[in-house]
Write a protein that binds this ligand. Structure first.
Ligand SMILES: Cc1cc2nc3c(=O)[nH]c(=O)nc-3n(C[C@H](O)[C@H](O)[C@H](O)COP(=O)(O)OP(=O)(O)OC[C@H]3O[C@@H](n4cnc5c(N)ncnc54)[C@H](O)[C@@H]3O)c2cc1C
Length: 379
């Protein structure tokens, strides 16, 4: 596609995970772009993130293999436990041709930012529509609250999911050695907790999700007292109670988010704009795939911009290649909330299925997600 003339120029709006990945992919293909972000300067927000093999393959293909390995811990096992009894329900090995990584989102963001070059992003530029840029086309990678998506689809409303997520980080300590190289998930009727080490084992990420009746504002994020976390998530698990006690002793600031649910959009394209990442397919975090999907999107869009004759045909092809997969992940993320928090017969059925799998062939669990993790968009 001709995007090097005044008539055909490209602005990426949002220098987050998706926008920066796209910038790196475009540069690799020799395609020019401008990159804008509304933040005043580079700001890397922390907390843990899991980077599954489908996204790792893209980051490797973008030339970031060593940088990624240097900020990440490798997950080798998934462990599901019952929060009420602390008994293990099921655990299975994670084995692919590339690692399943766990790192800090701030480290991932910084890695992408430094890889594109510190002076490439134009900060302090709040872009809401075509009028705000000099370029002729926009890729909106402006995140979950995308202003460009709101312009394209003013009636597309997020629904409060009925869940809130607390997120906390503590320095790694040897007494939590059994958490090493694993993702551990505790399940209960109206809560679940995900714990994994991040950043070369020097931190532990704790994400705690609970049901909450009240409808919260979309931008609702608030600092929380670690005491509240300890009380709300006290359980029979000695390991988890110790971890939450340790969090309280450390006194690090924890936060809480209202989680919002989004249905797939009818389309990701406007006349001169196209959506990418959370702007296109915001999702609940129950598949740990939001950033992974943004990274896959970036690869595909860059390839299509290189091959397409014009912006429109490139975006049509991009949407055709991406829409079904990302919408499927959006839907399963929502369904996982029901499985994780199952009650009564559903819970009984789930736990029995886990028991049978644990006794017979726990690694069958990985087959269930092969369509997701074995996918190689760069092949
Ligand atoms: C509790 C929780 C746990 C998660 N865990 C995982 C996980 O384990 N694995 C995973 O893959 N994903 C996970 N995610 C999801 C992941 O964080 C997001 O999906 C991902 O960051 C989306 O990337 P993005 O580039 O679309 O948006 P972002 O990374 O949010 O970037 C958007 C950028 O756009 C900029 N921007 C916004 N508006 C404007 C504007 N008007 N003009 C200019 N710039 C603008 C912002 O400043 C920002 O830099 C989790 C999310 C949550 C809430």
């Amino acid at each position: 596609m001709l995007i090097d003339t005044h008539q055909n120029s490209l602005a990426i709006v949002g220098a987050g995970i998706g926008g920066l990945s796209l910038a790196i992919a475009l540069r690799r293909l020799g395609l020019p772009f401008s990159l804008y972000d509304k933040a005043e300067s580079f700001e890397a927000v922390g907390y843990g993130i899991q980077i599954s093999p489908n996204a790792v393959r893209v980051l490797h293909a973008l030339g970031l293999e060593h940088e990624l390995a240097s900020i990440s811990n490798v997950c080798q096992r998934m462990v599901m436990r019952d929060l009420q009894t602390d008994k293990s329900l099921l655990s299975w090995p994670i084995r692919y041709d590339v690692p399943y990584y766990q790192c800090l989102r701030s480290d991932l963001h910084a890695m992408l930012y430094h890889s594109i070059g510190d002076d490439v992003v134009e900060y302090g530029k709040d872009v809401k529509s075509m009028q705000d840029v000099r370029e002729t086309h926009i890729v909106a990678a402006d995140g979950v609250h995308s202003a460009i998506r709101k312009n394209l689809y003013p009636d597309y409303q997020a629904q409060f999911s009925g869940y809130i997520a607390y997120r906390a980080l503590v320095p790694y300590d040897e007494r939590f050695a059994e958490l090493k190289n694993t993702t551990t998930v505790w399940l209960a009727e109206d809560q679940h907790i995900v714990v994994y080490p991040v950043g070369k084992d020097n931190m532990i990420n704790i994400a705690l999700v609970a049901k909450q009746k009240e409808l919260l504002g979309e931008s609702w994020v608030q600092a929380v007292d670690n005491n509240e976390i300890m009380q709300r998530f006290a359980s029979k698990s000695g390991l988890l109670n110790d971890l939450l006690m340790y969090l309280q002793q450390q006194g690090t600031q924890s936060y809480c988010w209202g989680l919002f649910d989004y249905k797939p959009l009818p389309s990701w394209r406007g006349h001169q704009q196209v959506l990418l990442g959370d702007a296109a397919h915001p999702m609940l975090p129950f598949m740990a795939q939001g950033a992974a999907m943004a990274i896959e999107d970036a690869w595909v869009l860059a390839e299509q911009l290189k091959q397409g004759n014009d912006f429109k045909s490139a975006c049509v092809a991009y949407e055709r290649l991406r829409y079904k997969r990302a919408s499927k992940v959006q839907k399963i993320s929502r369904k996982n909330a029901d499985i994780f928090h199952a009650k009564g017969f559903v819970r009984y059925g789930r736990d029995n299925a886990f028991k049978i799998l644990a006794a017979v062939q726990p690694q069958l669990m990985s087959h269930k997600v092969n369509w997701l993790y074995r996918y190689n968009i760069t092949a």
